[in-house]
Structures are given as structure tokens and as C-alpha cells.
Design a protein around this ligand. Structure first.
Ligand code: AMP
Ligand code: GLY
Length: 435
């Protein structure tokens, strides 16, 4: 059978790589894919189309057995609705259900309606009102752009001045490049929550829910969690902060009420549901945000540990028979270190040659994101070189018996890989190592 993965980041490389390992899968197309999916030894094939209609035409013509959507943008654009209307099997949430991520204002109002624990908030389209709100509440306070921002449209302001500047930017210049919703530019201003974060991702088929392994992301660009927020500079799984007790509370207080609430409101959630959690010192989990997809780089570490046949699992999920599935996990820790281009998270420099990639080996995998194959300058025949083409370039992922061992293995590979201006963090997993 053939599968199709929509997207071109590290998450999609990991999805496609796992799907291709199924005995039932012959080819996995990745649209558009990247330099890594073009080179991977497993049966992956890049596909240069991106419009939902064209993807559906391709899926119909090639009799694709299952399409899996990686990023939020095609989900928010309704690719799942389109495929379903044409009778094509696809795994992901509908456009209506994807609002849990595509509109922070929708998500916060939904959580309020269903008593799902989260930070108190208020939404503003008017800058003067937003400024007055910050003056009334004081810092620390959190300012978020309402729309799709690839993880970057959030400012955790430790001072009121930072919060005011963020409001002016988000309602004005929009230097973070947020894709606004139909209502236009709006900001959500939130109570600051203290605690430790974790990523809690489940597979939902509209009736049954299966939690994936837990993980923790590192959102700041710099070591010691300093500097601006990024899409994620590294992750590891499992996350020890999610103790069995916290796990049970998350399922009962956050995940189940969310799925029940979405069903009750006529938009049953099918797809990966990602709850970004803040867990306070007493072990109380609250929701920072929902995403309607796998995390990136969380997907890389989670899928590294998945022993079950991903194709079979997602086929069950797409056909609402997840109750027949049990997930098997590698008991070891997976840890992934992102290597990013010079300049990231601002618009990065691209086009630098990437060298020193390790040979294929057990328990180590380099997932690609912003990499591309380029015809070598003056090279004979079809000689091609791998170059950087985006902000996050690679996610170097290793398995180890504990966090330190996995980190050591990933770091050893990172140190051999070269591209000009590469940025990476040597402290991924530090919270679990110190503990
Ligand atoms: P988001 O895109 O909503 O996940 O926010 C990005 C990051 O900002 C989160 O991963 C947190 O580190 C931080 N953050 C967001 N909201 C809050 C909050 N209410 N309190 C504390 N930190 C937050
Ligand atoms: N790594 C965070 C995200 O995917 O949203």
C-alpha cells in the first residue's frame, strides 16, 4: 500500500520514516518533503505539490491508502474536510476541530465553557484596551497573537514594558509574521503560570483516545532556557515530570473533557491532539495551549520510541477502530537535538552546505527539516549537495538507557555535523538530568 504525508519538517520525516517501516507499506510520498526525505534509505519519495485539491487528486489517482497531515496550516485550511468529502482516507482533524489550535481565542473560550484548567485570559483587538489591561494586572504577564505563528507568536513578559511592546508589535508591525484569523489582528493576554512544561499528545478517533509517550520540548533558543522562543530546539521522551499521578489527572481533567466537549459541540476531534501543559509544584496540570497535530521536535523523540506499526495504528485511527489498538514503546529514553541555521528564530540564512552526517545506524537517526538537495555547482551528472533551506535544519535523535546516555549519543553526532553558523543547545534534557 501507499501512504502520503503532508508537510516537510522533521516531524514529517519521522512520520514518513516510521510509516515506511510497516510491512504493509510499499512507498510513502512526502509533500513537499525535504533533503532528508529525498535521501532516506527507506522508501520515501518527495512530491512537489502543496495545494489541497492537487493533493486529493494525487491521492485518488495513486489509490493512497492513508494520508497523514503533519503541520497545522493545511488542517486549518480544511484539507481533512476536502479529502473526506471525496471519500479519501485521511488522518487529522477537520477545519472546525483544528480551531483548538488555529484560534487561541476559540481555544480559551472552549476551555472556559468546559471547565478545563488553564490561565485566566482576555482577548483584545483594540491596542488601547490591551495596554490598559496590562497596566491593571502588571507583570509577569503573557501576550499572545491570535492566529498561526509556528510557535513564535508568544511573549512571556517579565516586565510591563515588554508586554506593551509586544502588544504594539502584534497589533501593528507584526514582525513575528502571524497569520491573522478572519477577525483581524487580535491579542490574548494571559495570567502567567509558574511550573514545568510537558507535551502531552494523544491519538483520537472521535470515540477512543490513546495517549502517546510523554515528552518535553525546549522552546528557547539559548542554553539554560534563555533568549527568544522558537518552534523547539530539542526534546526528549519520556518526561519524568509527568508522574503516573499527573498522567491520570491530565487524562481526567484535560484530555477527556476536551474530547467530550468537542463531540458535544458537533466537531468530534480526530487526529493528534497535543496539550501543552504547565505542571506546578503540587503536581497540578494546567493547559498552556492546544495543538491539533504532533509537536516538532516532540514527534521525532516519540516516534523513535514507538515499537507498534504506525501505519496500522493510524489506519485504525482513521477508521474509528482505535479501541482495537495497544501501543508498544521502547523503554529507553529518546533525545533529539535541533540544529538551526544562523539567525533563527528570525528569518535565517540559508544555502550553506551540510557535511558530516553520520552513517545509518541503530538507535541514532538524523531527521531533516530545513534541508534541500541542490545541483552541485558545475558538478557532473546528477551530483547534488545537501544545503540548509530553513530555520530548523536537523533533529539529531538518539536512544539511550537514560537521559544522560541518550544526550551523550546525540551530542557526539551533532559535533560531527557541520554547516556555517549552526546553532544548537548542549543542554537538551537538563531538567531530567539534574533531577
Ligand atoms: P504557546 O505558543 O501558547 O505554547 O506559548 C509558547 C510558550 O510560552 C509556552 O511553551 C510557555 O513556555 C510560554 N507560555 C505561554 N503561556 C504561558 C502562561 N500563561 N504562563 C507561563 N508561560 C506561558
Ligand atoms: N514543539 C512545539 C510545537 O510543536 O508546537
Amino acid at each position: 500500500m501507499k501512504a502520503l504525508v503532508i508537510g516537510g519538517g522533521g516531524r514529517e520525516h519521522a512520520l514518513a520514516w516510521r510509516l515506511a517501516q510497516s510491512a504493509r507499506v510499499q512507498t510513502v510520498y512526502v509533500a513537499p518533503g525535504n533533503g532528508g526525505t529525498a535521501l532516506d534509505a527507506v522508501a520515501l519519495q518527495n512530491l512537489g505539490i502543496s495545494q489541497p485539491e492537487a493533493l486529493a487528486d494525487f491521492a485518488a489517482a495513486e489509490k493512497i491508502a492513508l494520508t497523514v497531515v503533519g503541520p497545522e496550516a493545511p488542517l486549518a485550511a480544511g484539507v481533512v474536510d476536502l479529502f473526506r468529502a471525496r471519500g479519501l482516507p485521511i488522518f487529522g482533524p477537520t477545519k472546525a476541530a483544528a480551531q483548538l489550535e488555529s484560534s487561541k481565542a476559540f481555544a480559551k473560550a472552549f476551555m472556559q465553557r468546559h471547565a478545563i484548567p488553564t490561565a485566566r485570559h482576555a482577548t483584545f483587538g483594540d491596542a488601547a484596551e490591551a495596554h490598559a489591561h496590562v497596566d491593571a494586572l502588571g507583570a509577569p504577564i503573557v501576550v499572545k497573537a491570535d492566529g498561526l505563528a509556528a510557535g513564535k507568536g508568544v511573549v512571556v513578559a517579565m516586565t510591563a514594558a515588554e508586554a506593551h511592546a509586544a502588544i504594539d508589535d502584534m497589533l501593528g508591525a507584526n514582525t513575528l509574521g502571524v497569520a491573522h484569523n478572519a477577525e483581524g489582528a487580535r491579542v490574548v493576554i494571559e495570567e502567567f503560570m509558574a511550573g514545568e512544561e510537558a507535551s502531552f499528545i494523544v491519538i483520537a478517533d472521535g470515540r477512543t483516545v490513546l495517549p502517546l509517550a510523554t515528552s518535553q520540548d525546549h522552546k528557547r533558543i539559548g542554553e539554560g532556557d534563555t533568549g527568544p522562543n522558537t518552534g523547539g530546539m530539542g526534546a526528549y521522551s519520556p518526561a519524568p515530570v509527568v508522574t503516573p499521578n499527573v498522567h491520570a489527572r491530565v487524562m481526567q481533567e484535560i484530555i477527556q473533557p476536551t474530547l467530550d466537549g468537542m463531540a458535544a459541540e458537533g466537531m468530534p476531534f480526530t487526529g493528534f491532539l497535543y496539550a501543552g501543559l504547565m505542571i506546578d509544584a503540587s503536581g497540578r496540570p494546567r493547559t498552556v495551549e492546544f495543538n491539533c497535530r504532533l509537536g516538532d521536535p516532540e514527534a521525532e523523540v516519540i516516534l523513535m520510541r514507538l515499537k507498534s506499526d504506525l501505519f496500522e495504528v493510524l489506519q485504525h485511527a482513521a477508521h474509528s477502530t482505535l479501541d482495537q489498538v495497544q501501543l508498544q514503546w521502547d523503554r529507553r529514553t529518546a533525545l533529539g537535538i535541533v540544529m538551526a541555521s544562523a539567525g533563527y528564530p528570525a528569518p535565517p540564512r540559508t544555502g550553506d552546505a551540510i557535511t558530516g552526517l553520520p552513517a545509518e545506524q541503530q538507535d541514532l537517526k538524523v531527521f531533516h527539516a530545513g534541508s534541500a538537495l541542490q545541483a552541485a555547482n558545475g558538478g557532473a551528472g546528477d551530483a547534488r549537495t545537501l544545503v540548509t533551506s530553513g530555520g530548523r535544519v536537523l533533529c539529531v535523535t538518539a536512544l539511550g538507557d537514560n537521559v544522560r546516555a541518550a544526550q551523550g549519543r546525540a551530542l557526539a553526532a551533532v559535533r560531527e555535523i557541520r554547516f556555517a553558523g549552526a546553532q544548537w543547545r548542549g543542554d537538551i534534557g537538563h531538567r531530567a538530568i539534574r533531577a
